[in-house]
Design a protein around this ligand. Structure first.
Ligand code: MN
Ligand code: MN
Length: 502
């Protein structure tokens, strides 16, 4: 049997014959061609570029949606900041903190919960009984970055630096020689909290991790890329003014700590219990002459988080109760009590269940979980022709071709994957197709080339159906990740369709 043509190259397969050539052919041959064309249309799956198929209204909606999304990216560069922005968003729409909500929630009731300032859940109560299950959209709002060590401050060569420990999967060399900002909280021994955000506002100073000049970089350039900049070389340059008295030892460190004390009331001891995160200092920007793409830090996974939050908050009345989950710690395995493995997520679902079911009943709650369905809303890799060798082009997601539905993630023989059930996958496709929302599929790179995980398997452990899906991204985990505006918008439409229709 002949190998079928690559279904991802519809243009080549469908190239129309010039009328002259067609006219010159005998009728029988034309009929055969037509039959083959019809058969292809029936049997092949084509994946159109969404810029080709989107209506003019959808195109302009995509550009408008991107504006809102980019504002949110600039507001929420860390999980804490994104949580604050999410809480503000839902409160402005009448959502009530679950802890202050009535014991009984009626259809249309809107509630949310802020999980320790670093993760977030919200729900709109549906008309169906709670045991029918919830429809969830679950994304994560932490991104790879660089954190401060507990004892960060040191001076060397009349400069002050902060020691760091990176968070999540980064290429360390990408973080040097660029403007960086510092975000987070210092919680002092007395429990008072100081919020820090320096490097974002126009006129703010920024910080940087220095790199070696090429003139003296011969030895460094011979290192493996993973060691071009080593973990202990990620030192953040933060000050260089000395304390006035020249006879004092450690006077650069002293002047810096004096400044921290005056400005924030923070001492070295307070930094031990701080959560301070270093991220790129630049804002989200349009990419390309045509402005069709978005470049920004932290689009993994705030692009899906924003789309999921927008989808749930667009709902007023739904059949099933719909839930938006914005989790923390995904980049380090969804650990800790703000990660998706935490009991806190189940607690929220149980609480909403109890208030919509006329009280808590363990068996009935488990039935609710079993009947629940979730899209694990996380980004996937966009096919990058410059690095084509890491992908299987037939099973890659392409920029501009819409939301990526991924049956499984994981690595090396699907280890650690939540492999979605075929029945559920087909149900999601059916819902999208019926609404005319194009989708594509793919997996994270070639077999045995790496891979990755999401929160899917942790939610699937609760018994619910889960499918991974999200926006394709270029330069994922780099300081400046790239998405396509049409993909972002159609991912939002897909999420909205899912919570309404399955
Ligand atoms: Mn992710
Ligand atoms: Mn990631």
């Amino acid at each position: 049997m002949a190998t079928p043509k690559n279904p991802r190259t519809p243009k080549a397969a469908k190239a129309p014959k010039s009328p002259r050539t067609a006219a010159a052919k005998p009728d029988g041959k034309d009929a055969a061609k037509e039959a083959a064309k019809a058969l292809k249309e029936k049997l092949f799956k084509e994946y159109p570029n969404l810029w080709d198929v989107a209506s003019a209204d959808d195109r302009s909606a995509a550009f408008e949606f991107a504006e809102e999304y980019m504002k949110m990216l600039d507001l929420g560069k860390t999980e804490r900041e994104f949580t604050i922005a999410a809480v503000e968003t839902v409160e402005s729409l009448g959502y009530v903190d679950l802890e202050k909500a009535p014991k009984v929630l009626k259809p249309g009731a809107k509630v949310y919960r802020n999980l320790k300032g670093k993760a977030f859940l919200c729900a709109v109560v549906g008309r169906k009984p709670a045991t029918a299950g919830f429809n969830l959209l679950g994304a994560h709002i932490d991104s790879p970055r660089i954190d401060l060590k507990p004892v960060p401050v040191y001076e060397d060569a009349d400069m002050v630096f902060l020691k760091t420990h990176y968070y999540g999967g980064i290429k360390k060399y990408q973080w040097a020689s660029m403007p960086l900002s510092l975000h987070g909280v210092v919680v002092k021994a007395d429990g008072s909290k100081v919020a820090v955000s320096v490097g974002e506002k126009p006129g703010d100073p920024v910080f940087t991790i220095t790199d070696l000049l090429p003139h003296l970089g011969q030895e460094q350039m011979a290192r493996k890329a993973s060691e071009t900049l080593k973990g202990e070389e990620l030192n953040l340059l933060v000050a260089s003014l000395p304390y006035g008295d020249k006879d004092v030892s450690g006077r650069f460190r002293l002047a810096f700590l004096q400044l921290l004390d005056e400005r924030y009331g923070v001492t070295e001891r307070d930094l031990v219990s701080a959560e301070l995160e270093i991220v790129p200092a630049f804002q989200a920007r349009d990419v390309g002459f045509d402005r069709a793409m978005i470049g920004a830090y932290g689009q993994d996974d705030r692009v899906c988080a924003f789309a999921a939050l927008a989808a749930v908050t667009a709902e007023e009345k739904t059949d099933k109760t719909v839930v938006c989950v914005l989790s923390d710690k995904e980049e380090i395995g969804s650990e800790g009590n703000t990660g998706a493995q935490s009991r806190l997520y189940v607690n929220f679902l149980a609480d909403v269940f109890a208030r919509t079911n006329g009280g808590y009943d363990e068996i009935a709650f488990h039935r609710c979980l079993e009947n629940s369905k979730m899209l694990s809303a996380d980004v996937s890799v966009g096919y990058d022709p410059t690095f084509a060798s890491v992908s299987d082009p037939k099973n890659s997601a392409y920029m501009g071709k819409g939301i990526v539905l991924e049956k499984y993630t994981g690595h090396r023989g699907k280890s650690d994957a939540s492999d979605a059930n075929a029945e559920f996958f087909a149900e999601v496709i059916r819902a999208l197709d019926a609404a005319g929302i194009p989708w594509q599929t793919g997996e994270l790179g070639k077999v045995d080339f790496g891979g990755g995980g999401t929160i899917a398997k942790y939610m699937a452990n609760l018994g619910m159906e889960v499918l991974d899906c999200g926006v394709p991204v270029l330069s994922m985990h780099g300081p400046f990740e790239v998405t396509s505006k049409i993909d972002v918008y159609f991912t939002y439409l897909a999420y909205k369709r899912f919570i309404e229709a399955v």
